[in-house]
Design a protein. Structure first.
Ligand code: PEP
Ligand code: MG
Length: 854
């Protein structure tokens, strides 16, 4: 028969006591598990969260309960917080509650005067600071005697130190309950994901005293390294020390044998062996890697607490995989244990968290990883540095397409302006370069070649470190951790893939990107931005010639020079992807991006094209637009200047034939950008079909391709039904879709985004995390209308959100077939997709269970 549920405020934690995490917090529950394992845990009591709420609002426990707690413990107790989730923290532990003059006298007889004094003094100090809220400086004097502490308490409060143990306990409980409700504690835990009404339980535990004769002291032990996750015992044992209480002969011992000094293993081998045994058992029973807190009193061991081991990202992966492999947790559970974002720490170099950091300034963490290099202010200087073999950091006010070669030559990028989808951010993520954007605390003097941040100034050539994971710019070279694409990383992702119900592709423009995509097991290329290919030194002249041509036949001549190069680009991509789908997006940006912007550049161009400078200036002027991102770009160019798309389509088809001949399976997908009307698709489709027919005839080869449309204008999302009729797939370009839904420039939003988010206008930067309410509604509408018209249509998201865990969860529920993101975010997307799939499965199973039970 079920035991009646004990809802009283205070219950002793026994193997069968009705302790629950929901009612009493994680610590109380964890202690119960340790007690069930028969570990030597001192007698412990749980005070329920409901009772703690009552205490905070003035309803103290009954005198009988207080006396029971103190008496049961033989006079001395420690009080610890027990929140629902250990990550939410809580008020600090208070030890040795209940000590008074009489108890002090008894302890002096049992443990010696010094130990009794230290314990009493330690409690007076804690009580004065945390309970009576007296000035900590008055009680932090290390040489103060017990008499000094008692006198200081009397002076400050005009009363003697309270001698009634029950009153001491009541005051400690009240102060801890109220501290939990304080505004700073609330903010701190909410930042860690706690709900506004998160509650606190408390644990009152019999003190195991760590001062006294023999091998006596307190310590912690864990069985893995918190930074690397490698197996190995770490921790410490401090003889004659318990919190603030410490004797003159306090000594720190290594846990295991160590040439540098004495160890617990040698001093108390039995205790050490028990600790190891308990550690192994705790890991299995608690299904987690634990840090165990213990006390040794004259060689007698007590386990007073166990907490989840603090861990770095790489340690988190190793721990989860080891628990999964040892059969302690199911593999799905291992997948759920690692934060997807944490994986990016393993993909890149990372500033060693143990090393000192000389912070210069902060910006937006736009692309993760860390690198050290010498400052350069131009793309040309970056290329020169790379040619000398010197790692360099490209520092720019903002980057423009011409900087791409400089970015390739750099180890990291720092910009004063820009947001999460600005040029620098998108390209750096694609290249896997650490990048910080919107570092508005710096100012760049390109002439003087200096970078200033507050009172500090740095010249070109000086070394800095970019921590793109935290957004911190550091002076000099920081100590680094190597990437950890090890066996544990691969195993975790293998388990993730088995659970994941949404596919993940990569946005890849270059062979290097494509190789990275394959290395991270992307299921294809979801977006190849072809325009980046035209910024190449060899191609730019032909591109400019094409732009300057007035007649279609002259444009074709220039494009004919680009055709073989594009064909080679695509052939290589098809070969690398070896049968996986490759989605090639036709030309998208406004043409003026390919033209020089300064007089010098225009003069050089006039020379190359053999035209008067005035013609070049006129042409550049003619192409300039008030709102280029809303102007002649994307499919609009394809319709007004059809030769560009014709050349690209031909290059794609000829590449498909060439790669097919070499034996690689080819799945070519052509995607039309910035569509807003169905007729645009009809026109381009017709044009592409014509090119396909010609290439089939010329090469006498059959090939298939799929035509798709990017949904990146709100109108395309609304008209997705019509558009779906004319294509095989739709891909939501959520960067532009966000820009156009909000009417918010991708490149300028960084200037005020911080202040908008800080004031709660936007919950998050919508270029970073998909805005589910607005942009999301357009996606849902698009998905519904497209599927209603063409049920088998393939749907995807290829904006930067495709690599963001929260956004991926949304995509999965929206019924999107795949997301596509920067190659270095593919592992994160695979894990995020897997976790959401597991959550959805568990929810469905729970629902089934409910139905079956009802
Ligand atoms: C988009 O707009 O979401 C997209 C993927 O295209 P781009 O970032 O190249 O504009
Ligand atoms: Mg776009």
């Amino acid at each position: 028969m079920d035991q009646p549920r004990d809802t009283s405020s205070v219950i002793e934690i026994t193997p069968s006591a009705p302790v629950t995490t929901a009612d009493h917090g994680w610590r109380a529950k964890c202690l119960q598990r340790l007690i069930r394992m028969d570990l030597p845990v001192p007698r412990s009591f749980a005070i329920s969260a409901a009772a703690v709420r009552g205490i905070a609002s003035g309803r103290m426990l009954a005198r009988g309960d207080l006396d029971r707690l103190i008496a049961a413990a033989g006079g001395l107790v420690g009080v610890r917080p027990s929140a629902l989730n250990p990550e939410w923290g809580g008020p600090g532990t208070v030890l040795n509650v209940g000590i008074n003059a009489a108890c002090h006298a008894r302890l002096a007889q049992r443990l010696g005067v010094d130990a009794a004094d230290a314990l009493y003094r330690g409690f007076v100090q804690s009580y004065a600071i945390h309970v009576a809220r007296l000035d900590p400086d008055m009680f932090s004097e290390p040489d103060a005697t017990l008499a000094d502490a008692l006198a200081a308490y009397r002076d400050e409060t005009d009363e003697d130190f309270p001698q009634d143990p029950a009153r001491q306990l009541a005051e400690v409980l009240r102060s801890m309950a109220r501290a939990w409700d304080g505004p700073s504690a609330r903010l701190l835990r909410q930042a860690k994901g706690a709900p506004a009404d998160a509650s606190l339980g408390l644990v009152v535990q019999d003190m195991a005293l760590a001062l006294g004769p023999g091998v006596t002291g307190s310590g912690t032990i864990q069985f893995i390294d918190s930074v690397t996750g490698a197996p190995g015992i770490t921790g410490r044992f401090q003889g004659q020390t318990q919190g603030r209480a410490m004797l003159a002969d306090a000594v720190t011992l290594y846990l295991t044998r160590d040439p540098r000094g004495p160890s617990l293993e040698e001093t108390a081998p039995g205790v050490f062996a028990d600790l190891v045994r308990f550690g192994v058992a705790a890991r299995e029973r608690l299904r987690e890697e634990m840090q165990i807190e213990f006390v040794v009193a004259d060689s007698e061991l007590s386990i007073i607490d166990a907490t989840r081991v603090q861990r770095s990202s790489r340690a988190a992966v190793r721990i989860a995989v080891a628990l999964g492999r040892d059969g302690i947790i199911p593999t799905d559970e291992a997948v759920m244990r690692v934060q997807p974002r944490a994986l990016s720490d393993l993909l890149h170099h990372q500033v060693d968290p143990r090393a000192p950091r000389d912070l210069i300034t902060r910006g937006m963490a736009a692309s993760p990883g860390a690198a050290t290099g010498r400052i350069v202010f131009t793309a040309a200087a970056a290329q020169a540095a790379a040619a000398r073999g010197e790692p360099c950091v490209l520092v720019r006010r903002e980057t423009v397409p011409e900087d791409i070669r400089g970015m390739h030559a750099s180890v990291a990028v720092l910009t004063e302006r820009g947001g999460m989808t600005s040029h620098a951010a998108v390209i750096a993520r694609g290249l896997g370069l650490p990048c910080i954007v919107g570092a508005s605390g710096i100012s760049i003097d390109a002439r003087a070649r200096t970078l200033t941040a507050g009172a500090r100034s740095f010249r070109e050539g000086e070394e800095i470190t970019i921590d793109g994971t935290s957004g911190e710019v550091l002076a000099g070279a920081a100590a680094m951790l190597e990437p950890a694409l090890d066996d544990a990383f691969n195993q975790l992702l293998e388990w993730a893939d088995a659970a994941c119900t949404i596919a993940v592709r990569a946005n890849a423009d270059t062979p290097e990107d494509a190789r990275t995509a394959r290395m991270f097991a992307a299921q294809g290329i979801g977006l190849c931005r072809t325009e980046h290919m035209f910024f190449d030194e060899k191609r730019l002249p032909a591109m400019r010639e094409m732009i300057f041509a007035d007649r279609p036949e002259d444009r074709r001549l220039a494009l004919d020079r680009l055709l073989p190069m594009q064909r080679d680009d695509f052939t290589t991509l098809f070969q690398i992807m070896d049968g996986l789908p490759v989605t090639i997006r036709l030309f998208d940006p406004p043409l003026h991006e390919f033209l020089p912007h300064d007089r010098e550049g225009m003069r050089e161009l006039a020379e190359t094209l053999d035209l008067p400078l005035s013609d070049v200036v006129r042409r550049v002027d003619a192409l300039s637009e008030f709102n280029p991102m809303l102007g002649m770009r994307g499919v609009r160019l394809g319709i007004v200047i059809p030769e560009i798309y014709e050349m690209q389509a031909r290059a794609i088809f000829e590449a498909a034939v060439a790669a097919g001949r070499k034996g690689e399976g080819v799945v070519a997908e052509i995607m039309i950008p910035l569509v807003s009307a169905m007729r645009e698709v009809e026109l381009v489709r017709h044009q592409i079909e014509g090119v396909a027919a010609s290439v089939r005839q010329e090469t006498r080869t059959r090939f298939d391709y799929r035509l798709g449309v990017m949904v990146e204008t709100p109108r395309a999302a609304l008209r997705a039904g019509d558009i779906a009729e004319h294509c095989a797939f739709l891909s939501f370009g959520t960067n532009d879709l966000t820009q156009m839904t909000y009417g918010l420039s991708r490149d300028d939003a960084g200037r005020f985004m911080g202040s908008y988010v800080a004031q709660g206008v936007y919950a998050e930067d919508p270029f970073h995390i998909l805005d589910q309410e607005g942009v999301g509604e357009l996606i849902l509408t698009g998905v519904k209308r497209a599927r209603a018209r063409k049920p088998g249509i393939t749907l995807s998201v290829c904006g930067e959100h495709g690599g963001n865990p929260e956004s991926i969860a949304f995509c999965l529920h929206a019924g999107v077939d795949y997301v596509s993101c920067s190659p270095f975010r593919v592992p994160i997307a695979r894990l995020a997709g897997a976790q959401e799939s597991i959550r959805a499965l568990r929810a469905a199973q729970a629902c089934e269970g409910l139905k079956a039970g009802s």
